[in-house]
Ligand binder design. Structure first.
Ligand SMILES: C[C@H](O)[C@H](O)[C@H]1CNC2=NC(N)=NC(=O)C2=N1
Length: 95
């Protein structure tokens, strides 16, 4: 099982993830796209990356705003896989 990150490690990871915040045992970011199809296209790119990483976000889609919630379910919290996927999502979002 993957090792949980410490609070210090999570805070350090978040310094490089300006759009993300910690909510309990998850990292969370809401990304607003120009149009609904643009939002869904990003979700699709994230789905491919998640499948490739075998690490999958919870995704809440509300018109142009999509909230990605990252946590490692098998570990019961935040592991290195979570900030890694967050960075990947930021890249796919064009940042
Ligand atoms: C069997 C498969 O490898 C596991 O269920 C993977 C799939 N994707 C996952 N995604 C997330 N976010 N957490 C997990 O623990 C996880 N486990």
């Amino acid at each position: 099982m993957a090792d949980l990150l410490s609070d210090t490690e999570i805070d350090a990871a978040l310094t490089g993830l300006p759009g993300w915040s910690r909510e309990g045992d998850s990292l969370v970011r809401t990304i607003e796209s120009a149009t609904f199809p643009d939002a869904i296209a990003l979700v699709s790119r994230v789905a491919e990356a998640a499948e490739e990483a075998n690490h999958h976000p919870d995704i809440d889609i509300r018109w142009r705003k999509v909230t990605y919630t990252l946590s490692t379910h098998s570990a019961g919290g935040i592991t290195a896989a979570d900030p890694a996927l967050a960075r990947r999502i930021d890249s796919l979002a064009g940042e």
